[in-house]
Unconditional design. Structure first.
Lengths: 173, 98, 659
């Protein structure tokens, strides 16, 4: 059990635990906050996986912006109090647990099953790239060369989302 | 060597997200569970990127951007619905019933 | 005369087709243009006869031993089944086209006078031209399918012409009966064609007849089946037992139609078919025996019915059925030339008889029309002593009567005698033929008897038409009497076509037909009998004929007859004969009623209403609505339900991924 692995499982355990709590809380604010914890834990995992830049992005964008937006909306709608159980009734519960369970089984089966033939994994590609040009450059260089078109399109997408959000949320058009 | 455990964690988180979507009635909480699912997928990409190259991380970048856009628009829609029907309980929002 | 290439033989059927198109258009556009219709209708036939005569002369000059086949275009190119539209000119089809166009032209001329006052004049000539076209296709066809086109076409025209005055139900019914009964025969023809193609791989006459001796085991089951099915077609088209019942009813049509279609040409198609397929019949003793046997039986059977019929056309109709039986005895025995010879002579004297009766009926109609009477113009009990008023018709019909009875030197004597002689000869090797010969001889006796009866009641004795009508009875115009004279001449001289060596003749027709009939004759040779036997047979036949005539003259008393409306109903055995041995009633009970019951109770009420309408049509609607109802239940409008659907789908995809 190497130290890396211990740290990994610590963060992973934190992530899974807080995710479980997130989906079971009655208070939406509590759910949101537990999700934030999950995101932080995931950021830690990213660091361990040689994705430092992505980890920082996760904290800044996901936890810092998106979740804040969620909390704003919850507060705006004034639903930030614990309601009577929000979870569905017996039938829904049964179906949901069954399906989720099936999915977990299938996914783990996929994960523990034999990998497809073509997928031979050369070790440590990311680490090498980072060693060569530094972490940020390793991500940024492809982003502005090979993946330039999706990058630009994403900016248009954000513009559309911006306009859409403003229009949809107005009281009067 | 972290790939295998990371994929397991990702599977579990994804399943939690699905369970949340299936079991909860509050629209915003369901939305949060969707975000959880997206994050689980991000974890998968990053784990594989560690071995296979930077394309995985690029993809995570884009997922985050799209998730942000989606969250903004989605929440705006939820706002509009709440203003109309004063409830976020999905079982009551069934005007498409045919 | 310039010699046109024989490949232009298509002109011969094309001319009546042109006549049909022009007259048909006139019938639709300008029905009153009688002059134009007459010129086109008759003209095309006369030209067709001229063309046919030229073609046959040219053909004869070439002394060809193989048939000339002219392919015009690929009709059915379907893999192994290659059927070109091809016409074949050989000795047999040459004889047939001369008869069809020649007698046809004469009857067209007759029709000008007979149908003159009919409002459907143009339509009549259109149909008549179309009939001649199809008949020519039938006899000129170079393969079974082309012949079948003609076969079906003449059936269609027969239906159209029998039901020409379709506004009266009885005429329309007669047309339907003819067509439907013929259809049964056509089924036989089709099955035979399928079997032939199955074994030989081709349907061209030349190919089939060349390969037949090798392809079929002699006297085997397949060739017997083929010949029997072909003969079924013949019994339909040529009105033999069991499918003859349509012919007497066909007399509802105009009399020239009866003369052309139901005496001279269409009904002989079956005889032509057997002669054409002689090779096939020669390979199957059972097949040819069936042909001869059914022919002989029909000859006698129909003759018995003719004894007691009062309608003049009915007598002639049954006479036709009977004489066709003779022709089948001829071709069934293998004496193809004799059968075709009788076909030709019968065309002459039967057409003469029918047209003569048409002349009589025409006069009777006129008379009744003038006095506004509603008596039956065709019933012999209303006639009598017409010799005074219609002298030409009288004498010419007596010539035809002597011919049909078989009195020398008229045409019928030679042809009928050859057939009976051939049958007797065959009987020396196949004893069954003694029965056929005896039946034929008995039929000859009855033929002489009933024909004399017809003449007696119609032309001799006192006149029963009525006082006021009598002054309106007179001979037909020359347009009608002219063709009668020509036919009379042919009846007298026609015997010269095939005078047998017995009388010192050259057997012209037999020698002419030898290239066609030779193959079959070699497979199944005709039997020769000593000259003494032949002479005995001839004398015997003539004696029988004279006995029939004398018997009728002695036994029948025309002066005891009363007009039809006063006549007492038939009784006893005579009633059975008058009622045609109740065959129509038997068919009605055995076939018609059960089929109508089946159609109404089962096919309509159950299959059509319940299964097709109810189950298939309404059922489809019900199922569709049910499926739609199920679909509508999925539209709950609740997102939660939709998400469950998503997840189930994803699980299914994952299952596929796990394999």
């Amino acid at each position: 059990m190497t130290p890396t692995l211990i740290v990994f499982w610590a963060f992973a355990g934190l992530a899974m635990g807080s995710a479980l709590l997130c989906i079971t809380r009655r208070n939406p604010v509590s759910s949101a906050l537990w999700l934030v914890v999950t995101l932080f834990a995931l950021a830690g995992l990213f660091v361990l996986l040689d994705a430092q830049f992505i980890a920082v992005l996760q904290v800044l964008v996901y936890a810092g912006a998106i979740m804040v937006l969620f909390l704003f909306v919850i507060m705006l709608l004034n639903i930030g109090r614990a309601t009577r159980s929000d979870i569905k009734g017996a039938w829904g519960l049964g179906v949901g647990v069954l399906l989720a369970g099936l999915m977990m089984v299938q996914l783990l089966a996929l994960r523990f099953g034999a990998p497809p033939q073509q997928l031979t994994l050369p070790p440590g590609a990311m680490a090498r790239a980072a060693a060569e040009q530094g972490m940020v450059a390793a991500v940024a260089r492809p982003l502005f060369s090979t993946y330039l078109v999706p990058f630009e399109i994403t900016s248009i997408l954000l513009l559309a989302a911006l306009v859409g959000a403003v229009v949809l949320a107005k009281r009067k058009l | 060597m972290l790939l295998a455990p990371a994929l397991s964690v990702s599977a579990v988180l994804f399943t939690f997200g699905v369970a949340g979507v299936l079991l909860r009635r509050n629209a915003i909480v369901i939305f949060m569970c969707v975000e959880l699912m997206l994050n689980a997928v991000n974890l998968t990409f990053v784990a594989l990127a560690q071995q296979l190259g930077v394309a995985g991380q690029i993809f995570v970048f884009f997922v985050m951007a799209v998730a942000a856009a989606e969250a903004a628009v989605g929440l705006a829609i939820l706002l509009a619905i709440f203003r109309h029907r004063q409830t976020l309980n999905l079982q009551n929002i069934n005007l498409l019933k045919g | 005369m310039p010699a046109l290439p024989l490949s232009m033989i298509w002109v011969v059927p094309a001319l009546p087709l042109l006549g049909f198109l022009v007259n048909g258009t006139l019938a639709l556009a300008r029905p009153g243009a009688k002059r134009a219709v007459s010129i086109v209708g008759v003209g095309t036939l006369v030209l067709a006869f001229a063309a046919a005569a030229l073609a046959v002369a040219e053909f004869g000059a070439q002394h060809a031993t193989a048939p000339l086949v002219f392919r015009y275009w690929d009709w059915i190119p379907a893999g192994e089944l290659q059927v070109p539209f091809a016409l074949q000119l050989d000795q047999l089809s040459a004889v047939m086209i001369l008869i069809v166009t020649g007698v046809g032209a004469l009857i067209h001329v007759f029709s000008v006078g007979y149908m003159h006052d009919d409002p459907g004049y143009a339509r009549y000539f259109a149909y008549l031209n179309l009939f001649v076209f199809f008949m020519l296709i039938l006899v000129l066809g170079a393969s079974f399918p082309v012949m079948f086109v003609g076969w079906e076409g003449v059936g269609l025209c027969s239906y159209l012409l029998i039901g020409f005055w379709f506004n009266e139900k009885i005429n329309a019914d007669a047309g339907k009966k003819a067509f439907i009964v013929n259809r049964i025969g056509d089924f036989g023809f089709l099955v035979a064609m399928f079997l032939i193609f199955w074994r030989v791989g081709s349907l061209d006459f030349a190919t089939v007849f060349a390969k037949a001796p090798a392809a079929f085991a002699p006297a085997g089951a397949l060739i017997t089946a083929i010949t029997l099915f072909l003969f079924l077609g013949c019994t339909g088209k040529s009105a033999q037992i069991p499918l003859y019942t349509w012919l007497p009813d066909a007399m509802q049509g105009p009399t020239p139609v009866s003369a052309l279609i139901h005496a001279a040409t269409m009904v002989t198609a079956g005889v032509y078919l057997v002669a054409r397929c002689g090779v096939l019949f020669a390979l199957s003793p059972i097949g040819s025996a069936t042909v001869a046997g059914v022919g002989a039986l029909t000859a006698l059977f129909a003759a018995t019915i003719a004894l007691k019929q009062w309608d003049i056309k009915r007598v002639l109709a049954y006479s036709t059925v009977s004489q066709l039986g003779y022709m089948f005895v001829g071709v069934g025995t293998g004496a193809y030339a004799a059968g075709i010879f009788h076909l030709a002579t019968h065309a002459f004297f039967k057409a003469l008889l029918f047209l003569g009766s048409g002349s009589v009926i025409h006069a009777m109609h006129r008379a009744y029309h003038a006095t506004h009477s509603h008596e039956d113009a065709q019933d012999m009990r209303n006639m009598g002593g017409l010799a005074r008023y219609l002298p030409w018709t009288f004498s010419l019909m007596w010539i035809a009567t002597l011919a049909i009875a078989g009195i020398p030197p008229f045409a019928g004597f030679f042809s009928k005698d050859e057939i009976l002689g051939a049958a007797f000869a065959e009987a020396t090797v196949r004893p069954a033929w003694y029965v056929f010969w005896a039946l034929g001889l008995a039929a000859a006796l009855l033929t002489a008897f009933y024909m004399t009866r017809l003449m007696l009641y119609t032309f001799h004795g006192p006149n029963r038409t009525g006082e006021r009508e009598r002054e309106h009875l007179h001979e037909a115009p020359w347009s009608m009497t002219g063709p009668l004279v020509v036919l009379g001449a042919l009846t007298v001289a026609g015997g010269a076509l095939n005078v047998p060596p017995l009388f010192g003749g050259g057997a012209l027709l037999e020698r002419w037909l030898e290239p066609v009939t030779g193959v079959a004759s070699r497979l199944s040779p005709l039997v020769e009998v000593p000259h003494a036997t032949e002479w005995a047979l001839v004398v015997g036949a003539v004696l029988v004929a004279m006995l029939g005539i004398a018997g009728a003259l002695r036994l029948l008393r025309p002066e005891t007859l009363v007009p039809a409306r006063l006549a007492p109903p038939e009784s006893g055995f005579g009633r059975i004969l008058w009622k045609k041995w109740y065959v129509d009633e038997l068919y009605d009970a055995l076939f018609v009623r059960p089929i109508m019951w089946l159609s109404r109770e089962v096919l309509w009420k159950i299959v059509d209403v319940r299964i097709v309408d109810g189950l298939l049509v309404d059922g489809t609607a019900v199922v569709t609505r049910a499926l739609g109802w199920i679909g509508s239940r999925l539209q709950t409008g609740e997102v939660g339900v939709y998400v469950v659907g998503f997840v189930v789908g994803v699980l299914a995809v994952l299952v596929a991924a796990l394999r």
